[in-house]
Design a protein around this ligand. Structure first.
Ligand code: URA
Length: 188
């Protein structure tokens, strides 16, 4: 599929999330839908948890403090935002940045799966346990971070959420070490 047709399909998917009113409660409290951004033809798709305040205001994922750290981690392996695609499981900001509920995650999951199907990346990188458990249920992030796993032909790489490393130096190093596994995975 060409990049143009992927972009078109993603636009249609975004419209269906808006039309289907899948999470009216979250929608009514959020400023806007944060659908995802980046290269629709990327080898890597990163999946976070849900938009925060800055993301809600801008309509773009990972533009706050976690996003800045994510950019630094990407630069460690020579990548930029324009090389990847990034989105969240839940696409409206939960009030006061609370964790998304199971129901909210399940409501968005079919759309997220469709989004992945359109982009069809080589690797899906989950950031944090919420994102990981949508695809790899019952795993513990402390046990499986940095270890790729193939499920139904899709390679998942579970990583810690950058927010966990913002004020924790050793976690930051763990994330750097895990990020350094990405180039080899892409080249396989
Ligand atoms: N944290 C997330 O999980 N997603 C964002 O978009 C921003 C912060």
């Amino acid at each position: 599929m060409t990049k143009n047709s992927k972009d078109l399909l993603l636009e249609n998917l975004k419209s269906s999330i808006l039309n289907d009113k899948i999470c009216p409660e979250l929608e009514s409290q959020a400023t806007q839908l944060v659908f995802g951004m980046g290269n629709s033809d990327a080898d890597l798709v990163f999946i976070g948890e849900a938009p925060g305040k800055k993301e809600d205001e801008s309509g773009k994922p990972f533009v706050g403090a976690s996003g800045k750290l994510l950019d630094e981690l990407l630069s460690v392996i020579g990548l930029r935002r324009s090389d990847i695609y990034i989105t969240n499981i839940v696409k409206y900001r939960p009030p006061k940045n609370r964790d998304p509920s199971e129901l909210e995650k399940q409501a968005f999951l079919p759309y997220l799966k469709k989004q992945l199907e359109i982009i069809s990346p080589k690797i899906v990188i989950t950031l944090g346990r919420h994102s990981m458990n949508c695809f790899l249920p019952k795993r513990k992030i402390s046990e499986v971070h940095g270890s790729p796993e193939v499920v139904d032909g899709i390679t998942y790489l579970p990583l810690y959420h950058p927010a966990a490393a913002l004020y924790n130096g050793s976690m930051r190093q763990t994330l750097i070490d895990d990020f350094q596994k990405i180039p080899e995975l892409i080249s396989q």
